[in-house]
Write a protein that binds this ligand. Structure first.
Ligand code: B12
Ligand code: SF4
Length: 514
């Protein structure tokens, strides 16, 4: 018996950095963790093949008995296309991943078997049932699984050279309950964690395979602080024993700034970037979003504190919040300009199914349209402006689109990025950890490709910004050179992606399906 595991391709999104992979020299930014995890859960007597379509094509034919597709809502189009294709050729098609949670009926229409939720227990159960000739049509995980039962992924089945970063999942679940967020709904309020020893062996494995950076994909890494601290201590002790230099980044909440011990441990364990959902600088809006853990924090000084520990804050920012008016766009812009973080995920508030916001919006009949399309999980860049499934309260939809486009153009302009980089370089100091692994062939090629982009392909304004940033770097003794270079790469992606969204927003809202 043979199983083919497939991750369908993704469109460009803010967080997958597809528009700068040509410079990085990788096929895709991150490995799809579901595939090696499912591979590790597959009994040894089954033959396995793993294909990530972001890294290479999926052939039309296979000798596998079961084709197992993994995906999230943004992949749904391609996922359903592949499912139909393999079903037509007589294969048993199964679908799992976040898409099934939000779109169970659509998935059932395209698959023979659908998995809802975590698959640590249900996948091996299905394989047994299949081997007995008695499988069900749907496997649904009811209780949260114990993360101690989530195995070491079979990382070796993916090629390290295809990805800019490796991934490890340490915990699932978040203790907070932000109004718009589906994570507590999907994974619970009680963070569940792998054994520290297992996490360390996963790091060792990735390092041995040649990865020099790891995204710890947890939605809230420090949701269980004592555990996070213990893990960081262990990672710091592990680093010198690894075959090569390695650094980490993850997702957290801004209240980590209250904990100097934790920040020191992040620094010691080479955690150099934290993605934080800052959302807005307006305290009232934060309270309305039930983002209580951040509502009383002075965001500006918290971001500066994190920077002083060598941590770059990557911010998630939202526009079009309930109660926002047109003037809110400029207030938000000024807040972003004056605060020491780099905005990487910039979106409009959407009501995602299952969240408290979604329920409230349904009760109050505040939808323009019901989602199968919602922006966070938009199918393609074209979908994103169609993403406001909430009716704006203090402006009309056209005004929301126009102002979003206007502010995106300002935030992604070379002038704004230059100012952000100056802010960044000036807040760096010499004792901050370097993220550059070593000056090897790979990094030399990245720098050469980047130079070729900025010198020969970028427009005049962007090229000018590049030289200005270089000048500031030189005048500050090349402090944080590696992170500055990295952000110049990221800028290429963000500028392309968000300008495209601005173009679509400006093209008008008559494209929006009713
Ligand atoms: C890491 C991550 C990323 C990485 C890349 C991951 C990758 N290679 O594709 C990056 C940063 C690039 C990213 C980007 C985006 N992401 Co993302 N991401 C995550 C995150 C934090 C972890 C995913 C992960 O690795 N989990 C670990 C693995 C082991 O879990 P898993 O994939 O869920 O698989 C388990 C089960 O689902 C199941 N399963 C999965 N597949 C299958 C298949 C079969 C056959 C079976 C039986 C079971 C099964 O079994 C596994 C074990 O239990 C999740 C949130 C989360 N906590 O899951 C969001 C999440 C997947 N992302 C999301 C979104 C919206 C995005 C973006 C659109 C954001 C943006 N605006 O840019 C982009 C899309 C582009 C992309 N994915 O490349 C949403 C998707 C929502 C949805 N309803 O589908 C999620 C769920 C976050 C959320 N708040 O809801 N993301
Ligand atoms: S937004 Fe972040 S902090 Fe809030 S519930 Fe979601 S994962 Fe937790």
């Amino acid at each position: 018996m043979k199983v083919l595991l497939i991750n369908p391709r993704h469109y460009p999104h803010s967080m997958n950095f597809s528009h700068c992979m040509d410079i990085v020299g990788a096929k895709y930014s991150h490995m799809p963790l579901s595939l090696p995890t499912l591979a590790a859960l597959t009994p040894g007597d089954c033959a396995l093949e793993v294909l990530d379509e972001n890294a290479g094509p999926v052939p039309a034919k296979t000798d596998a008995d079961i084709v197992a597709l993994s995906g999230s809502v943004p992949q749904r189009d391609r996922l359903f296309e592949l499912a139909d294709q393999f079903r037509q050729s007589g294969k048993l098609v199964v679908i799992g991943g976040p898409v099934t949670y939000d779109m169970p009926d659509e998935c059932s229409a395209h698959a023979d078997v659908v998995f809802i939720g975590e698959a640590e227990y249900t996948w091996p159960e299905f394989i047994k049932d299949y081997q007995k000739g008695d499988h069900k049509k749907m496997y649904r995980q009811q209780e949260w699984i114990s993360m101690e039962d989530s195995p070491v992924p079979h990382y070796h089945l993916l090629k390290a050279e295809h990805y800019a970063s490796g991934c490890i999942q340490v915990t699932r679940g978040c203790p907070n309950r932000c109004d718009f967020c589906d994570i507590p709904v999907r994974y619970g309020n009680q963070p569940r964690s792998k054994k520290i020893e297992q996490v360390l062996s996963e790091i060792r494995l990735l390092s041995g395979l040649g990865y020099d950076s790891v995204f710890i994909v947890d939605d809230n890494f420090a949701g269980n602080r004592p555990y996070a601290k213990e893990l960081l201590r262990n990672i710091a002790a592990l680093l010198p024993t690894l075959p090569a230099k390695m650094y980490f980044y993850t997702q957290a909440t801004l209240d980590v700034a209250n904990d100097d011990e934790l920040l020191g441990l992040f620094r010691d364990a080479a955690f150099i970037r934290l993605f934080i959902g800052i959302e807005t600088g307006d305290r009232n809006r934060l309270r309305e979003l039930n983002k209580k853990h951040q509502a009383d924090i002075d965001i500006k000084s918290a971001a500066e504190k994190l920077r002083s520990y060598g941590i770059t804050v990557w911010a998630g920012i939202m526009f079009g919040l309930e109660g926002d008016d047109i003037a809110s766009f400029d207030r938000q812009f000024e807040f972003i300009r004056d605060t020491n973080f780099i905005p990487v995920q910039i979106g409009l508030l959407q009501a995602v199914p299952g969240t408290p916001l979604y329920k409230r919006a349904l009760d109050e009949k505040r939808f323009v349209r019901l989602p199968s399309i919602y922006g966070l999980t938009a199918l393609s860049e074209e979908d994103i402006p169609k993403a406001t499934n909430l009716v704006p309260q203090k402006m009309d939809e056209a005004e929301l689109g126009e102002n979003f486009a206007r502010v995106l153009r300002k935030l992604l302009s070379p002038e704004f990025f230059r100012a952000k980089m100056v802010q960044y370089i000036e807040s760096s100091s010499r004792d901050m950890k370097s993220s550059l692994p070593v000056f090897n062939g790979k990094t030399v090629m990245i720098v050469l490709r980047m130079l070729s982009f900025y010198l020969f392909r970028a427009d005049r304004g962007t090229r000018k910004m590049f030289f200005q940033v270089l000048r500031v770097l030189l005048s500050h003794g090349l402090v944080s050179l590696d992170e500055a270079v990295f952000h110049l790469l990221v800028y290429k992606h963000m500028r392309t992606h968000y300008y495209r969204i601005a173009d679509i927003c400006e093209a008008g809202h008559e494209n929006i399906p009713g």
